[in-house]
Design a protein around this ligand. Sequence first.
Ligand SMILES: [Zn+2]
Ligand SMILES: [Zn+2]
Length: 345
Amino acid sequence: MQGMMDALVKREDGKGLDLVKVPVPEPGIGEVLIKIHKTAICGTDVHIYNWDPWSRQHIRPPMTIGHEYVGEIAALGPGVHDYRVGQIVSGEGHIVCGHCRNCRAGNGHWCKFTKGVGVDRDGAFAEYLRIPETNVIAISKDISEDIISFFDAYGNAAHTATMFDVVGEDVLITGAGPIGMMAAGICKQNGARRIIITDVNDYRLAIAKKMGASQTVNLKHENLEDAMKNQGMVEGFDVGLEMSGNGAALNQLLKSMRNGGKVALLGIAGPGTVIDWNDVIFKGLTLQGIYGRKMYETWYKIIAMIEAGLDLNPIITHRFHYTEFEQGFAAMNSGESGKVILNWA
Ligand SMILES: [Zn+2]
Ligand SMILES: [Zn+2]
């Protein structure tokens, strides 16, 4: 007989989440059951918690949310031979079709039929999670579980920050949320020369500085041109990473690029965002949209970068038990936070 477990569920149309009992899922053919140790709260979860227009359109309650997690394998469904019970794992949050053109070309992150864990199907804010074995990522016990809990978000940061060569390059990051903070650390470790990051939040910029930014710019009372001059920059940024989703930030980034510069766009642009296309055309800019992480090359890289010494601890600012989830979401909504971790042990 199936047992019951605690889960954070979006039960109905409206703000907030409920901590309720739901059945423990049973792993089917080719699936793995994971006992969750820790989860991290993503900006997406905050959108769903706040029940903003995007979530009202995309989320079908009732559903358990959450997609950033670490746990251990609790059970294997029929036909799973590559994993064993007790292994420490996280998982890719996009469950892809496996047979479309992009999937078969090894570009699963572009699958048109992708289903998101904690977005389109039950997620990880629960005592147990069931996912296909293809999505399981085994991770060494030597890496701290606090850090593994947000590998999904770290993967977004890494996919963006490694899209273009940053060795010896001057990098502009717009947006110092947890993803921007991590991107600063990744660019630093990967050999960027100057890393300037912009935001309007001093708390977050201070963490980005700790992660390796050469200079931070609070656009409320500082300007980017002064920072560039101060850093001795002449021609503009070689690589731009847009991580804010803010139209003004995107335009400033395009204006600040060197001719021939390369731009990776992760921040989700608001409806009706307008850019000056002549910045792109006359400067010969390359623009690359980023979605998710490469499946599974980015996972390989993010584990390797941690093993090579990248320290993500500065971005963890809050830890709560899952029963205190309201405090976790309040911390995220306050803006005075980096990564917020919920403990499920
Ligand atoms: Zn996320
Ligand atoms: Zn596909």
